[in-house]
Design a protein around this ligand. Structure first.
Ligand code: ZN
Length: 338
């Protein structure tokens, strides 16, 4: 909240006046808004969440962000999502549709640098959300993170934390019942019901035991929950190459595209019906510009790679792209890879 305000409800007008005079705060009007969205016990509507969507759109559509490279855009997306999860994800349970909208804005911005809707994507968003070791770029998968944040609320309930809302739910809904086995109180508001329903995400209806495994030093850890839940893809054989700290961020991004064969080479452009001359521009051999040709079938790129290897004092037969990537991945495992 921008400034502190004072909210009064359920008391006679005269008492309210008296309170206002005693407390030197301005009085606030209900519903209360927090970073543009109303705090409410009901399910947030799409309309109410729009300020959030607009904030993100504003961040990615200012003129400076248009000039960013892929890796610059990626950094911006990471910081926007991180902020959202710090300020929003733990206060609000966002409707699925809003999460989808946010993901779309981020995806379109990453691949096109603009906020105009496009389906263009060189790599699937789910892959981008994978950890680096699993071939991703470590972007937060917002839906799963939101889920993990709800579990934190459930954990606070099971541990009867000394906060007002926990005490209130225990006093009004749980009373003497067993939280693990009791059913969701139907008369409770949307948020409370959502917290109760989170129990069903765990096997054998024993959410409480399962929740405890996500504690770190006696506190619930959202990151640990998220990591345990987000299914990881099998580790690709080129992961070491991407995990090494050598390349600059923008080179890192291009390398990441290359190892997945997602560079916009002319053979791929042709598949998208983009007409360009097919021949390799480097060796003028009539060979079609494919990944395999560019690295390292092409006499020109082969010559460059050979020269670099000689300069490094390495003698080897130059193989195909896959063989060279495999060979490099093995080499960067050393402590001081050149
Ligand atoms: Zn060539």
């Amino acid at each position: 909240m921008d400034k502190s305000a004072f909210y009064v409800a359920g008391v006679p007008e005269s008492f309210k006046e008296q309170l206002i005079q005693e407390m030197h705060f301005t009085t606030g009007a209900i519903p209360v808004t927090y970073v543009g969205v109303p705090l409410s016990s009901r399910k947030l509507t799409i309309q109410q969440c729009l300020p959030l969507v607009e904030k993100i759109t504003a961040r990615v559509s200012c003129w400076t962000s248009k000039l960013l490279s892929y890796s610059g855009r990626l950094q911006l997306i990471k910081s926007v999502l991180f902020e959202m999860n710090t300020y929003w994800g733990q206060v609000f349970l966002l409707p699925k549709k809003v999460i989808k909208m946010v993901n779309t804005i981020c995806r379109v911005f990453l691949w096109t640098g603009s906020n105009v809707f496009s389906k263009k994507a060189l790599v699937a968003w789910d892959t981008i959300c994978q950890p680096q070791a699993a071939g991703g770029l470590n972007v937060i998968a917002f839906e799963q993170w939101n889920k993990a944040a709800i579990c934190k609320l459930l954990w606070a309930l099971t541990h009867r934390k000394e906060t007002l809302w926990v005490q209130w739910i225990h006093g009004y809904y749980i009373k003497c019942q067993d939280l693990a086995s009791m059913s969701t109180p139907k008369q409770a508001c949307w948020i409370v019901r959502k917290i109760f329903e989170a129990k069903s995400w765990f096997p054998n209806t024993n959410a409480i035991t399962h929740l405890n495994q996500f504690e770190v030093g006696g506190r619930f850890n959202i990151k640990k929950t998220y990591t345990a839940w987000f299914p990881q893809l099998p580790r690709p054989n080129w992961k070491n190459l991407l995990l090494s700290s050598g390349p600059l961020p923008r080179h890192h991004f291009i390398l990441w595209l290359a190892v997945q064969n997602r560079l916009a080479t002319v053979d791929r452009l042709a598949k998208w019906n983009i007409q360009v001359p097919m021949e390799c521009v480097m060796c003028s051999s009539q060979a079609v510009e494919t990944m395999q040709h560019l690295f390292f079938d092409c006499t020109y790129s082969k010559y460059i790679w050979h020269t670099i290897l000689t300069w490094l004092g390495i003698q080897k037969q130059i193989g195909t792209w896959e063989e060279e990537v495999q060979w490099l991945s093995q080499r960067v495992k050393n402590k001081r890879p050149r």
